[in-house]
Design a protein around this ligand. Structure first.
Ligand code: PGA
Length: 257
């Protein structure tokens, strides 16, 4: 069975509720023929505006927060409740983005709890991994990927994703390619994605590894996406900058199949 392809927009700390509605209206006017599943990760306070705009537009777009906490409620000032995100219509949650890891000091162990919390709440985690430039230049890419996957997925059992119709999505995002305009070559990305799949096979089993979608992220634009999406182990994209512009996002949706 072919794997599901995805285009996920990571808006980071961009757009207000009004701008969110404007974006969806502009995207709808472009009538993109998406060949993939479409997800938007807005700032959490925009989830209601996005939900409303998507419902009105009738476009098949899913969404979710860019981060969650691993508890649903309590004395955790500033955090985002997975169950409330779900109540607001979310189906996905971005977890372990490199900006969360590097700017907000999220550890592998914290990511593991968040991945588990997402699955427990009925949100599909889009779990981000990737090496920084120094790690790539010192040939540590695979060992970093292996550590992030083994630790980040440590609380997910085969049973959870085998028997309960739950899944995880992996986003490989080399940190040196994020927001830099320096995209990984299709060969570099494919090599890493192949290794991710091999790791998933070791951590879980080959069936889960084969059906898990692995997205590439890092300076994806309409003009560099086709070489990447043609690689056998690249199942779509996590898109930052280009997901903020309706025309670019529409072009990426149409090109991902
Ligand atoms: P970028 O961001 O496409 O702007 O490089 C990707 C991401 O951070 O998810």
């Amino acid at each position: 069975m072919p794997r599901i392809k995805y285009c996920a927009g990571n808006w980071k700390l961009n757009k207000s509720p009004a701008e969110t509605k404007k974006f969806i209206a502009e995207l709808r006017a472009l009538k993109p023929k998406a060949k993939c599943e479409v997800i938007i990760f807005p700032p959490a306070y925009n989830l209601p505006a996005l939900n409303e705009a998507i419902s009105e537009s009738l476009m098949p777009i899913s969404f979710g927060p860019q981060n969650i906490y691993f508890k649903n409620d309590g004395a955790f000032t500033g955090e985002i409740s997975p169950s409330v995100a779900k109540e607001m219509g979310s189906q996905y949650a971005l977890i372990g983005h490199s900006e969360r890891r590097l700017i907000f000091s999220e550890t592998d162990d914290l990511c593991a709890k968040k991945v588990k919390a997402a699955l427990d709440t009925g949100l599909t985690p889009v779990f981000c991994i990737g090496e920084i430039l120094e790690e790539r230049e010192s040939n540590q890419t695979n060992s970093i990927i292996e550590r992030q996957l083994r630790k980040g997925l440590a609380l997910v059992t085969e049973d959870i994703i085998n028997f309960f119709d739950k899944k995880i999505i992996i986003a490989y995002e080399p940190v040196w390619a994020i927001g830099t305009g320096r995209v990984a070559t299709p060969e570099q990305a494919e090599e890493a994605h192949k290794f991710v799949r091999q790791m998933l096979s070791e951590i879980f089993n080959s069936k889960i590894a084969e059906r898990t979608s692995i997205l590439y992220g890092g300076s994806v634009k309409p003009d560099n996406s086709s070489g990447l999406i043609n690689q056998p182990n690249i199942d779509g994209f996590l898109i930052g900058g280009a997901s903020l512009k309706p025309a670019d996002f529409a072009a990426l949706l149409e090109g991902t199949y």
